[in-house]
Design a protein around this ligand. Structure first.
Ligand code: HEM
Length: 427
């Protein structure tokens, strides 16, 4: 795709829903004309080419992840301090009378704070645990598919793509099946807040949801400390750092909230976008049906082309310069992962869906470096199992001719389809 030569960069407003829906010409123009660009509408600095996104990500001392504090300096999340480690007896018993102030943990912290949390949570997401989850992921996917088996039409996002990752993480965090709807409500609330487009009423609602979420999980954390089970939450709340210090309640709850936000919407969006791409490319569908060993690379190509974490924040800790553009201290920087993943210098013919692409896995959909997605292996396990099952059972999938045009949910950071109706031919 080539950008419209008649349009200037300034004529695009990145918050315009039409631009968010179809950002590809805008991204191409950004990469070509100003891979580091100060947007006149918002004052944000946007980084859009693959090498420059990488350069910024690697320089985490200058391009900091402490953006939550920068966005809400007065009452935003507090940075980790030693006092936060003091156990509060009531809280430790799972009783919360008032909301706990969220602690900046991984995504919204820098080393050494981020490193401490990261090493504790990494223990819960280790490869051995993820590998052991494969059969259960397959089982959950089969249960979801059984509910529409034989139907000629499905709403794939709602009936499969959303409930699969939600079911997996809910089970691993100790949420019983009957509580899934409220778990989903919390996840949606957090994502809306992260989207940066919430009204004051929505923010108030999100604050209430967070308190509800905290009260619910405080009890589970206490239970798992007393009686660990074979799940991610038990591994997490019982892990200790090098000083023998485990996570306290405020830290545990902040991390659980982050897992919920980071894991569900992104994976659901990737399953939906992947199914859309396969529906639009029947040859690719036949290719994975004939040889399922092509699925892992196809999943990488879906992540590259659809990059659900379209943008991520950074905030500069000092005056700096990137590709000759001066960026002052305290500037909000938007790393445009989705634009970088279509950089023609790295991915030839970047808009093409090519499941055999040799370097598809070099995409930045999971970020890079110290903040590289902790759930990447889990997400890939879900994606591979999902497409394995769907391609075994479905001869072909199509977007119905009478379906309205597909649309994405407006969100400045995450990109995901609102819905995905599909026509199905069963094998
Ligand atoms: C296809 C699915 C997913 C995508 C595309 C994705 C993408 C990302 C990206 C881009 C980052 C780095 C953010 C940055 O640069 O600041 C990240 C970090 C993170 N992700 Fe994921 N993610 C996915 C699934 C998951 C899952 C399933 C979980 C957990 C259940 C998860 C948990 C996290 C956490 C905790 C971080 C923060 C890590 C840190 O800052 O050290 N993600 N993810």
């Amino acid at each position: 795709m080539t950008a419209d030569p008649a349009r200037s960069l300034e004529s695009y407003n990145p918050f315009d829903p039409a631009v968010q829906e179809d950002p590809w010409d805008y991204y191409a123009l950004l990469r070509r004309e100003a891979p580091v660009f100060k947007d006149p509408h918002t004052g944000l600095y946007m980084v859009s080419s693959y090498p420059l996104v990488l350069q910024a990500v690697k320089d985490w001392e200058t391009f900091s992840n402490r953006f939550a504090a920068a966005m809400a300096p007065s009452d935003g999340p507090k940075a980790f301090d030693e006092a936060a480690l003091e156990p509060d007896e009531q809280i430790e018993q799972g009783i919360l009378d008032q909301p706990l102030v969220p602690v900046d943990t991984m995504l919204t912290a820098d080393p050494p704070v981020q490193k401490r949390y990261r090493s504790l949570v990494d223990k819960a997401f280790r490869l051995k645990r993820v590998k052991s989850l494969h059969p259960r992921i397959r089982e959950l996917a089969e249960e979801l598919l059984a509910a529409f088996e034989g139907d000629s039409r499905v709403e794939l996002r709602e009936q499969f793509a959303v409930p699969l990752p939600l079911g997996v993480i809910a089970e691993q965090l100790g949420v019983p099946r009957e509580h899934l709807p409220v778990f989903k409500k919390w996840s949606d609330g957090f994502v809306a807040q992260l989207g940066g487009m919430a009204s004051p009423e929505e923010q108030q609602k999100a604050a209430e949801l967070i308190f509800e979420f905290q009260r619910y999980f405080a009890k589970i954390v206490v239970d798992r400390r007393a009686a660990p089970r074979d799940d991610i939450i038990s591994d997490m709340v019982n892990a200790a750092d090098e000083r023998g210090q485990p996570l306290n309640m405020a830290e545990s709850l902040s991390i659980l909230q982050q897992l919920l936000v980071a894991g569900n919407e992104t994976t659901a969006s990737t399953i939906s976008e992947g199914a859309r791409l396969f529906a639009e490319h029947p040859d690719a569908w036949q290719a994975i049906r004939e040889d399922p060993s092509r699925i892992p690379n196809a999943v990488e190509e879906i992540l590259r082309l659809a990059t659900p974490t379209a943008n991520m924040w950074r905030v500069t800790t000092r005056d700096t310069e990137l590709a000759g553009v001066a960026i002052p201290q305290g500037a909000m920087v938007m790393l445009r992962y989705a634009a970088a993943d279509r950089d023609e210098e790295v991915f030839p013919d970047p808009d093409r869906f090519d499941i055999e692409r040799a370097n598809a896995s070099e995409h930045l959909a999971f970020g890079h470096g110290i903040h590289f997605c902790i759930g990447a292996q889990l997400a890939k396990a879900e994606l591979v199992n999902a497409f394995q099952l769907l391609s075994e059972r479905l001869r072909s999938i199509r977007i119905p001719a009478d379906a309205p045009p597909l649309e994405h949910t407006p969100n400045i950071l995450l990109r995901g389809l609102k819905s995905l109706p599909l026509e199905l031919d069963w094998a």
